[in-house]
Design a protein around this ligand. Structure first.
Ligand SMILES: NC(=O)c1ccc[n+]([C@@H]2O[C@H](COP(=O)([O-])OP(=O)(O)OC[C@H]3O[C@@H](n4cnc5c(N)ncnc54)[C@H](O)[C@@H]3O)[C@@H](O)[C@H]2O)c1
Length: 261
């Protein structure tokens, strides 16, 4: 049986999650690509299989906010790969509005996807790691909005702050099982659909034209550029590796110096 380590990427169907799925495959993992959009998950898995050979990846349709669906996902990944070494939780949603116009359903959706889904997936895959005695890794994709409030982004920022507390608590729960839990706090991925979708609200809050928003965000960064998907992969591979075995419960900034605590 193929005994290569297996990474599960939640929200792996597009953008950052798709890039990290492929990067993990390049680094020697078999990859379970899971996404609400099952077609996208299967497309990313097919691209990995084309590059690395059949059996290197599989795509799964799953709603990370649904308890039964997450437990079924874990069972399906277990049947397919037989082991779970790294859970990467990358699913996220951001809907921007000033608080006086913020719909409750958008706030709750943000908590569901950015926080509750992380809890459900961490629980399901930690159970598999514990069952098999695997000294695994759980890594959450967070944001600088998980450390600093974000104007017109109350739901997103509240959920990402919550995920920092969840990361620290999971790290304590799982320390004596040899499983580490860390969060990566990203700067803005300027070309991503998520950032691009927020530009109209950001233009409003800054009182500038939409075509000046990207440059304004670059100007806030000491290293004077947006966060690249490769920046995230570089740090992810370190925290996934044995070299990071003494690090747990951390919220690691990848912000070009924009956040320093
Ligand atoms: N884009 C940015 O500027 C930025 C900045 C900082 C942090 N982040 C974080 O990076 C992560 C990835 O962001 P992105 O820009 O790639 O976003 P994206 O919207 O392009 O991708 C998110 C993926 O998550 C999936 N998803 C959403 N809800 C889901 C659910 N309930 N169950 C399973 N999958 C679900 C979507 O289908 C999509 O494929 C998110 O956690 C986001 O908060 C993004």
């Amino acid at each position: 049986m193929n005994n290569k380590p297996t990474a599960i990427v939640i929200g792996g169907g597009q953008t950052l999650g798709a890039f990290l799925s492929k990067g993990l495959a390049d680094a020697g993992y078999r990859v379970a690509v899971a996404d609400l959009n099952g077609d996208n998950a299967e497309r990313v898995a097919a691209e990995i299989n084309a590059a690395h050979g059949a059996g290197s990846a599989a795509g799964f349709a799953a709603d990370a906010t649904n308890e039964a669906a997450v437990d079924e996902l874990a069972a399906a990944v277990d049947r397919t790969f037989g082991r779970s070494d790294l859970l990467l939780y990358s699913a996220g949603v951001a809907k921007a509005s000033p608080i006086w116009d913020f719909p409750l359903k958008d706030f709750q959706r943000s908590l569901d996807v950015n926080l509750t889904g992380y809890f459900l997936c961490a629980r399901a895959f930690a159970r598999l790691m514990i069952r098999d005695g695997i000294h695994g890794r759980i890594i959450e994709i967070n944001s600088k909005s998980g450390k600093v409030g974000s104007k017109y982004n109350a739901g997103y920022s509240a959920a990402k702050f919550g995920a920092v507390g969840l990361t620290q608590s999971l790290a304590l729960d799982l320390a004596d099982k040899g499983i580490t839990v860390n969060a990566l706090m990203l700067g803005n991925l300027l070309k991503s659909p998520m950032f691009q979708s927020l530009i109209p609200e950001y233009a409003k809050k800054l009182g500038i034209p939409e075509d000046q928003v990207e440059q304004t965000y670059i100007d806030k960064v000491p290293l004077k550029r947006g966060c690249d998907y490769q920046d995230v992969l570089n740090v992810l591979l370190f925290y996934a590796s044995d070299k990071a075995s003494y690090c747990t419960g951390q919220s690691i900034n990848i912000t070009g110096g924009q956040v320093m605590f």
